[in-house]
Design a protein around this ligand. Structure first.
Ligand code: NAD
Length: 467
């Protein structure tokens, strides 16, 4: 099959490379000329384990091509995958302008019967709109079939997920088109689930909203654990042993981030609102996440009421390990707050520093190692659980001015931190320094966090901390 993938971001490039790896001839198109130049040389513009190797291999095997020209790419295409971004509008809805642009370009440029497959996450009804745009603007007399094929890969394990996913969802109303898509995907050996277009679109949003709910739920439980001296790690294991619950996505932390959960939860609230349905539960999930993202700052502010002039080491910037993606990373909120309060910030991340520089205030000092970030600091905040950070020698914290560590990812065991005489505050676990900060949790609960429920679906943070 001659396949074209439009958009070479985290989803498009991984999709293109994986389809080439199973034997298809794939042309990836992007409007970003610099990206295309890089990829032609076999250099991946994003960090994703295993991606560069597979990319080079398939370029050499003449199965993988890159271009900025839609018309050139579409000339021989049997199937066109749309994998452009659907970022968040100011009101929380999905911005479909990139999708629409591609639909117009397909209408103008295709010269043969084509299957158009949407990989991007789009609200229910969007594939119908894509079909309408294409059919109303077709230049050549050709047939077009539409398929919704949402993507479930996870950044950091995207290549693995492409070959070991739990399911491939194919949403189309034509049995023949479904059969062709099954054949295209057959070499992946992943179960295919065929649905209507609308159901496929909804499966993606419902899945992400459910996972986000699991995260907000366990974070709420962790906050109660802190107050009743239970340990969230034990609670999560005990819950996860129940197969109806399952052990995944029960890790308490500083809230979800990244390019999908924040925008997809808000978009689903909008999708529901558009049909006059108030998705109360999901508003709560969004709200809880906003509270959770500022939890470390309130712990730090309790220890140091005045952050002005304080030196703070930040370990980890990416929204999760094994990616350079900084979109909606909790570190953005935390570091901006630190700088706004006059703290000096030394930040370390193994991969994401270049992307972080584009989004963080210029005052942030970026360093090349964990040690440089924490040396002579008044406090260390741990924001991303990279292996390198989880496995570090914790005695290094004694190089700080004071060994005070506030860990948003529960990277270290309480026993090890106690043995090493480190003041350690984590998420949902009993304090090991009761004498030092006995009142920390109680005071946190006193400073009620007010979040405007009505605005939970909106992009801006409505959070106010009552003093
Ligand atoms: P991204 O921002 O990383 O990449 C989008 C790419 O599309 C960019 O390279 C951009 O230059 C390109 N582009 C924009 N307009 C174009 C056009 N007219 N022609 C060609 N290229 C164009 O986005 P992403 O993270 O890969 O996400 C893509 C979609 O997949 C979104 O809808 C997202 O919600 C969904 N998704 C993302 C993930 C994820 O983990 N990132 C997972 C599942 C689904």
């Amino acid at each position: 099959m001659n396949i074209v993938v439009v958009g070479t971001g985290y989803v498009g490039l991984v999709t293109g490379v994986s389809l080439a790896e199973i034997g298809h001839s794939v042309t990836c198109v992007d409007i970003d000329r610099q990206k295309i130049e890089k990829m032609r040389k076999g250099i991946s513009p994003i960090y994703e384990p295993g991606l560069s190797e597979l990319m080079k291999k398939n370029i050499q095997a003449n199965r993988l091509y890159f271009t900025t020209s839609h018309s050139e790419a579409f000339l021989k295409a049997n199937i066109i995958y749309i994998a452009v971004g659907t970022p968040e509008n100011e009101d929380g809805s999905a911005n479909l302008s990139y999708i629409e642009e591609v639909a117009y370009s397909i209408a103008e440029n295709i010269v043969r019967d084509t299957i158009v497959v949407t990989k991007s996450t789009v609200p229910v009804g969007t594939n119908r709109k894509i079909e309408e745009i294409i059919l109303q603007n077709l230049v050549h007399d050709v047939r077009v079939e539409i398929v919704s094929n949402p993507e479930f890969l996870k950044e950091g394990t995207a290549i693995y997920d492409s070959f070991h996913g739990d399911r491939i969802v194919i949403g189309t109303n034509k049995e023949e088109t479904a059969r062709i898509m099954e054949k295209v995907n057959e070499p992946f050996g992943i179960p295919v689930y065929k649905t209507s277009i609308e159901s496929a679109e909804m499966i993606k949003y419902a899945s992400n909203a459910f996972l986000a709910t699991k995260i907000s739920f366990i974070n709420e439980i962790s906050n109660i654990c802190e107050r009743v001296k239970a340990n969230i790690e034990e609670v999560a294991v005990g819950m996860g042993l129940d197969t109806r619950i399952g052990s995944q996505f029960l890790k308490a932390g500083i809230g979800y981030g990244g390019s999908c959960f924040p925008k997809d939860t808000k978009a689903l609230i909008q999708i529901a609102g558009n049909v006059h349905y108030d998705f109360e539960l999901l508003k709560g999930v969004v709200n809880v996440n906003k509270k959770q993202q500022v939890l470390l700052m309130s712990k730090l502010k309790h220890i140091y009421p005045n952050l002005n002039g304080l030196r703070v080491g930040v370990l980890g910037l990416a929204f999760k390990p094994n990616t350079d993606d900084m979109r909606e990373a909790p570190s953005l909120l935390v570091i901006k707050d630190l700088i706004a309060n006059g703290a000096e910030v030394l930040a370390y991340d193994p991969i994401a520093i270049e992307n972080a520089k584009r989004l963080l205030p210029p005052q942030v000092i970026y360093v090349d190692s964990v040690l440089e970030a924490i040396e002579s600091c008044d406090a260390t905040l741990l924001l991303t659980e990279w292996d390198e950070i989880r496995q570090m020698d914790v005695s290094l914290f004694h190089k700080m001015k004071k060994p005070i560590v506030i860990d948003g990812r529960n990277c270290f065991s309480l026993e090890i931190m106690k043995e090493n005489d480190i003041e350690y505050h984590s998420i949902g676990r009993p304090s090991i320094n009761e004498n030092v900060r006995e009142t920390l949790i109680m005071l946190q609960s006193d400073s009620a966090i007010l979040v405007d429920e009505e605005k939970a679906g909106e992009g801006s943070c409505q959070l106010k901390v009552k003093q």
